[in-house]
Design a protein around this ligand. Structure first.
Ligand SMILES: Nc1ncnc2c1ncn2[C@@H]1O[C@H](COP(=O)(O)OP(=O)(O)OP(=O)(O)O)[C@@H](O)[C@H]1O
Ligand SMILES: [Mg+2]
Length: 243
């Protein structure tokens, strides 16, 4: 009898975790579809228009019409800029790691994309460990990093963000540290990013901690377990940033 409430709550917890995992899977699938549509549909159409306009610009130049030729060349430049933006958006919706790349490559790609187009310097620091993780685990970790980085830029107005990946005491550790304004005294109730990061950490059997740094900024840390056969190898610390 005494064991019943505990059993019921364990059962509720398991059901809640299954539900959380299902919701995340649906949301990820939706993002994947959107990202692919954007990449394969809109980006390809724009690239086709840019190619036709480039031909037009060349023909106008050959026919000694410098004014219209310059206007057409400017349209090509704007189209290419828009293609770049749409491509970055597509990659954000469906990051490299979710296509089967390793965690280090995916986080490196995230850091480079942020540094290239979002007004903050972002670098990946890794200790050289080899992480051979299940693709689903990689996907959750990339999404956690993505949300933490977005928060650092949007809310923290950070100018520098460090994504750190390491093996500590046999567990994986992913942390995202920013130099922004830090957490507000009271968080608004509207956001779901922090909750989703926690769900994702739990979905991979890990934990998530969000802390304001003593000086400035925020550090989000996800500690996750590594499969026993994937004992990471020791290595020198590598810093990867935009070249
Ligand atoms: N790196 C950060 N720097 C400063 N404030 C932060 C940071 N991360 C989170 N916050 C604060 O925590 C709040 C909750 O973050 P959360 O990601 O859950 O929601 P959101 O970003 O507001 O919305 P959503 O993620 O759903 O689009 C933010 O509104 C912000 O006030
Ligand atoms: Mg957020």
């Amino acid at each position: 009898m005494l064991g019943e409430p505990a059993a019921a709550s364990a059962c509720d917890r398991a059901r809640l975790e299954t539900l959380e995992r299902e919701i995340l899977a649906i949301a990820d699938h939706e993002r994947q579809c959107l990202g692919q549509e954007l990449h394969d549909g809109l980006c390809q159409s724009l690239a086709g228009i840019a190619a036709l306009t480039a031909v037009l610009a060349r023909n106008l130049a050959v026919n000694a019409e410098p004014g219209p030729a310059a206007a057409a060349a400017e349209i090509v430049r704007l189209l290419n800029q828009t293609i770049g933006e749409a491509r970055d958006l597509a990659h954000g919706l469906w990051p490299t790691g979710l296509n089967g790349a390793g965690l280090v490559d995916a986080l490196d790609s995230l850091a480079r994309n942020v540094s290239r187009g979002q007004g903050a310097f972002c670098a990946l620091v890794e200790d050289g460990s080899t992480f051979r993780l299940h693709p689903e685990t990689t996907a959750h970790l990339v999404r956690i990093a993505q949300e933490a980085v977005r928060n650092a830029i949007t809310h923290g107005r950070a100018s520098e963000i460090e994504i750190r990946l390491a093996c500590i005491d046999g567990s994986g550790s992913l942390s995202i540290r920013d130099n922004g304004i830090g957490l507000p005294e009271q968080n608004g109730d509207d956001g779901i990013g922090l909750h989703t990061m926690s769900y994702r950490a739990r979905a991979i059997g890990g934990s998530l901690e969000v802390a304001a740094q003593p000086g400035r900024g925020v550090v989000v840390t996800c500690v996750f377990s590594l499969p026993p056969s994937d004992e990471p190898s020791e290595g020198a610390e590598n810093v990867r940033g935009p070249s």
